[in-house]
Design a binder for this molecule. Sequence first.
Ligand code: GUN
Length: 284
Amino acid sequence: MAEIIDGKAVAAAVKERIRKDAIRFQKTSKITPGLAVVLVGNDPASKIYVRNKKKACEEVGFKSFEYVLPAETPEIVLLELIDTLNRDPNIHGILVQLPLPKHIDEDEIIAAINPKKDVDCFHPVNVGKLVTGSADFAPCTPAGVMELIKSTGTEVAGKRCVVVGRSNIVGKPMAMLLLQANGTVTICHSKTENLGDVCREADILVAAVGKPKLITGDMIKPGAVVIDVGMNRDANGKLCGDVDFKAASKVAGFITPVPGGVGPMTIAMLMENTYSAAKLSVVK
Ligand code: GUN
């Protein structure tokens, strides 16, 4: 039976470390890290994320600034808000909750954020820096996955790593972080032939496709570290990941549950990035 990776506990430890470090930083710099979260429209899932981000800021002693705009907000108004936030010295991190309403060009909005405040690491400059290994931030979810892998005591260097999913938010940056840690990385996607054969080679398997229970028990190498980024509803409306947890946990060495695995880590790493951004603001 696999050992279950407790994402809540790892996230709590990360946040506690940040809280302590930020107190010391505050004493010397007089700066309290500040995060601005912008929500356009009233998607219920996004509202929950925004509430959780505010709560995490409180836990680590950061300031949080919330901007909730109506769904019909014109793009120019959002661009003006970002410009104001870019200039505000009390705000070190800016996060615009995605997805945005259809009439707003997401790429344009992301490109308008000052890269030094881009705590999502979505700005093209930061994506480029991530690829060359000179990034100030790593995207929150993949960075959280790296922490979870570390918590198992597994060394990534030299291991076969398979990432299922190639999104800009998770799959691609995940592959980059594993590569930087000297993993041997394969990215699979919806067109991959013989997905099971590729997955079965993985010492570290990260599933981030958004397909309920796509990864079955027979696709897992005995003893593998299995990280499930998926957040889906099954046929009964129950929350489930991309991995068939019950079957996979009989084969894997370590496995994350859904919920309680990757989810809590994303917000913890957002706090980490906000803290990094605050530190960057004093290094000229
Ligand atoms: N929507 C879902 N995940 C994310 C995320 O990591 N960042 C932002 N900005 N929006 C999201």
